[in-house]
Every structure is written in C-alpha cells, then in structure tokens.
Design a protein around this ligand. Structure first.
Ligand code: PLP
Length: 370
C-alpha cells in the first residue's frame, strides 16, 4: 500500500487556506464554447494595452530574437535596461530592480519583509495579489477600507498598524477604483509608519503624479512599475521595483535570483523605450477613449461610470453585475465582475481599448441592459 508522506500532506493541507488567483474566462475557452473564432472574442478583463500596434511590437520582437544568443545567460542587458528605464522615469539606475512582472517583485518583497505571524495592511478594495503574497508567507493580511470617495484614509491605516505590521500596500491609481491616492496622505504614512510603504504604480503612466521622486528621500518607500500596461508587454512578463539605492541594491544582489528575467523580454523592453513617441501617442489615445467610454456609459439608463485615471473604467449597473457579466460572455465579451465596491453594489470593470472594440462592447452592453 502507498504510504502517505506527512511533509507533503502538511504542505497540501496548509495550502487550503490560500486563495488562488482567478484569471477569469480565457479567449480560447470562450471561443470554443460559443463556436466562434478567437478573433471574434473581445478580451477586456485584464487591463492590457491594445493601443500599442501589434505589428510594431512584433517587429521589435523579431529584432530582439535576431540579436539574441539564447544559449548564453543574459549579461549586460539588464544593466542597460535599468539605465534606460531610469532615464525614462527620472531615477538613478542603481535604484531599480528588474523582475518577471511586478507580481514577481511584490512576492519577493513579501518574502523579504514578512515572517509567519507578521502583519501587512492594504487599502480595500484593491488588487488581490497583495493578499495572496502576504498569506503565502503565513503573515496576516489586514484590509483597511478606502473612504467613501475612494480616497486614502491614512489616519485609520496608522491606527490599525501595530508593532507586528511590517508592510503597507497601496495601489495608485488603484485597481479597481481607478483613482489616484493623495500624495500628502501617502507622505504622512511614510513619515509616521516605521515599516515599508509599498506603492503599486502599475497604471501611473495613464495619470501622472508618480511618487518615484520620493524614493531617495524616504528609505521606507518602494514603488512597483510594470511593462505590462503602458508598454503593451503583458505576455513577456517584465516589471520593476524602485527604491533608494541601498534597498534596491540589497534586493537585487541578495534576494533576487541572478537570471530571473528572459533575455527576449529585456531586449524588447529596451527597444520599446527607444520609441517613446509610440508610447506617448498610445497614452493620449487611452485618455481620449477613456473619457468617451465614461460619457457613453453614463448615457445608458441604469449605468453609472466612475472617473478613471487608468486604462480601465469601473461602472455600476442597476441589476445583478454577475448576470450582466454572464450575458456579455454569451456575446463574446469578457469583462470583470467586481461586485460590491464599498457602498456601491453591482460593479464591473472594463479595459479601455481602441474605439472599434469599445463600440462593440457598448452595443453588447446596451443589448444586455435593454
Ligand atoms: C495594480 C496591478 N499591479 C500589478 C499588475 C500585474 O503586473 P505584472 O503584469 O507586471 O505582473 C496588475 C495587473 O492587472 C495590476 O492591476
């Protein structure tokens, strides 16, 4: 008879308490179920960037592949990327850590700062990965509600923290509320909290007002950025963390695995940084289409769209958001059902995409709500 191995069983049992990340419906699965082509499915649930032309990205990838020797580990390319990205955002290259997407770096920060029984606070609602990474460490995740207008409540956050609190997670602009948190409130947290203040700026390029300029001044600040959103490279998995040079170098040299990012991803990121005109024109288009989407949504009876400083829009419907989500799926449109956001029930989140995609989404939504 097979003897059960206790160590394995313990790990499997322990894992029961962890949440799994729900990536939502996939294009392929939905296309198969609806008997449609994958090109007929609208994927608007993960805030990817469809404004950067696919042909432009493919061209850069082809160049990156031509130049790469995949037999050799990445070498100076990471240094080059730190320098180029540092110039792009206005920090020194020794303040930057490059990882496999910002998720990877959020996880790494939790591994460094949290032990079993420690606590981490985060605004609520927010991106679910923080909870996941905190709980993997056996630490306690404490959500602190945003105010009614989605602004940061630094006072309550500080009152909720204890000597066991090692990290505070903020997301600005926040997912899913789409607003930026106030700089003064964040500075107050950094001044009065003795642990790490980790700010996820995944969507900052769509709003402006980054806090990277404070990373030299505050030794308890770390900022996460990603190449998945503004640069349209979600599939390549690359992101970074920015902190004061001592913390960044320590994370880089002592905690990060030496070859954690693929050579192709680094090369592609380097190439796209050389085309800042493509990026800035995509940002302008996102903003223009976002404002039009909000106007159109607000013109539909029973829909209320919130303001957005990101490349997605949160909106509320006057019936079950789950049923709206499901009916849109039947029409080949994937968005995200969020449900209750503070006092607002039945919220959904949709990615801002080029006008033809938005028009299809809007007519599917109108039909659904008719
Ligand atoms: C707030 C936030 N941070 C990070 C990410 C993921 O970034 P990455 O693709 O670099 O792991 C997302 C993706 O939706 C996000 O919404």
């Amino acid at each position: 008879m097979k003897r059960e191995k206790k160590i394995i069983r313990n790990v499997l049992n322990e894992a029961q308490r962890l949440s799994s990340y729900d990536v939502g419906e996939t294009i392929e699965r939905l296309a198969q179920r609806l008997n449609k082509k994958t090109s007929e499915i609208l994927k608007l649930n993960s805030n990817e960037n469809f404004f950067i032309p696919l042909e432009f990205l493919r061209h850069m990838l082809r160049e990156a592949i031509e130049e790469a020797d995949p037999r050799i580990y990445p070498r100076d390319e990471i240094k080059d990327l730190k320098r180029a990205y540092g110039e792009y955002i206005g920090v020194n290259s020794d303040q930057i850590v490059i990882g496999t997407g910002s998720d990877h770096l959020i996880d790494l920060v939790c591994r460094i700062f949290l032990r079993r029984g420690d606590e981490a606070l985060a605004i609520s609602p927010t991106f679910s990965i923080y909870r996941r990474c905190v709980e993997i460490q056996g630490a306690i995740y404490k959500p602190v509600s945003l105010k009614k207008d989605f602004s940061l409540d630094a006072e309550t956050m500080l009152n909720t923290s204890s000597p066991k609190t090692k990290v505070i997670f903020l997301c600005s602009p926040n997912n899913p509320t789409a607003n930026r948190l106030e700089r003064g409130e964040i500075i107050r947290l950094m001044e009065e909290f003795s642990g790490l203040v980790a700010i996820d700026e995944a969507y900052i390029d769509f709003s402006g007002g980054s806090l990277v300029d404070l990373t030299e001044e505050f030794d308890n600040l770390i900022i996460f950025r990603t190449f998945s959103k503004v640069f349209g490279l979600a599939g390549l998995r690359i992101g970074c963390a920015i902190a004061n040079a001592e913390l960044a170098k320590t994370i880089d040299e002592k905690f990060l695995m030496p070859y954690s990012v693929s050579l192709i991803a680094v090369k592609a990121a380097l190439k796209i940084l050389k085309h800042s005109e493509v990026i800035s024109s995509a940002i302008c288009e996102v903003k223009r289409e976002r404002e039009r989407l909000i106007r159109e949504l607000n013109s539909i009876n029973g829909v209320r769209a919130f303001n957005s400083e990101t490349n997605f829009v949160l909106f509320q419907v006057n019936r079950s958001s789950e049923s709206v989500y499901r009916r849109l799926l039947e029409k080949g449109v994937i968005i995200r059902n969020i449900g209750r956001v503070l006092e607002y029930e039945n919220c959904l989140r949709v990615t801002v995409a080029p006008a033809p995609m938005m028009n299809k989404f809007l007519s599917a939504l109108r039909e659904t709500l008719d």
